[in-house]
Design a protein around this ligand. Structure first.
Ligand code: ADP
Ligand code: MG
Length: 257
């Protein structure tokens, strides 16, 4: 049986900011379906609207026009109270800057979303420990953020985003600050978590390496989704920008333009 609706449905989503008395159209009619368990990434130049799209998808911001549905429900109509509850249950967020609380240990940071919601402590702690183990930090439970490397801190943030077991994880340049080895480790974790838990991933990235491996890559430009293709196809195209018009090496004495 096919599901009646996609996990995420965006219809004619637009976003206009008013800046210095002028309208700035940041999203210009986005239509998008993301199925449960899908791994999707968004690429595109700075200012294309990637973060805005992610925030609106994650209900952190409202669209100016259009509809955002999660599991068939129009979340643009929820009260802020119901929205907060929905977000807590459904969505984990990972940002470029992890915002860990410096005075708490790794395991306390991971447990924090559950502590705020007054979840039962023993199962919460067990989940936090298991997640830290899964991200390779089982031996760093009582370290504070300042006693961890950048990559380790980002892995703690990832474990924290997953501790309430959200079906959807949204990430905005989650490895933007990390070296290539640390980035690669986090990217691998995304794939492992997707395989193990069926978590849906929606990730803004500048990493060509990650995009290449993703089943689905959305290329954004000027507030629109310009392309929707497999990561391998994106990689092929992006690696050979001159393919449709092969450039010939200049012959000797050719005028340089
Ligand atoms: N609160 C705001 N007010 C006015 N313009 C904004 C606001 N937030 C973002 N923008 C503009 O919207 C455009 C898209 O921003 P963003 O979604 O952050 O792009 P990206 O993540 O692709 O770099 C940018 O040109 C940015 O300056
Ligand atoms: Mg951005």
């Amino acid at each position: 049986m096919t599901e009646p609706h996609a996990m995420i449905e965006l219809r004619a989503v637009s976003k206009t900011f008013v800046h210095d008395g002028r309208d700035v159209d940041v999203l210009r009619g986005i239509d998008l379906d993301v199925a449960r368990g899908e791994m999707v990434t968004i690429v595109g130049p700075s200012g294309a609207g990637k973060s805005t799209l992610l925030h609106i998808t994650g209900t952190l911001d409202l669209p100016t026009g259009g509809v955002v549905r999660h599991d068939g429900e129009d979340v643009t109509r929820l009260s802020s109270r119901r929205l907060a509850a929905f977000r807590n249950r459904h969505i984990g967020f990972v940002f470029q800057f992890h915002h860990l609380l410096p005075e708490f240990t790794a395991i306390e940071n991971v447990m924090m979303p559950g502590l705020i919601q007054r979840s039962r402590r023993a199962p919460l702690r067990a989940r936090a420990e298991r997640l830290l183990d899964e991200v390779g930090l089982g031996h760093r439970l009582t370290h504070r953020p300042s006693e961890l490397s950048g990559g380790e801190q980002q892995r703690v943030a990832l474990a924290r985003a997953l501790v309430m077991e959200p079906p959807l994880l949204l990430a905005d340049e989650p490895t933007g600050n990390l070296d290539s080895a640390a980035s690669e480790a986090i990217h691998q974790l995304f794939f492992d978590l997707n395989a193990a838990h069926g978590t849906t991933f929606f990730i803004v990235t500048h990493s060509r390496e990650l995009a290449r491996r993703m089943p689905r890559v959305l290329s954004m430009r000027d507030g629109r989704i310009e392309r929707d293709e497999a990561g391998s196809a994106y990689h092929e195209r992006a690696s050979f920008p001159g393919r449709s018009r092969p450039s010939e090496p200049p012959s000797e004495g050719a005028t340089r333009l």
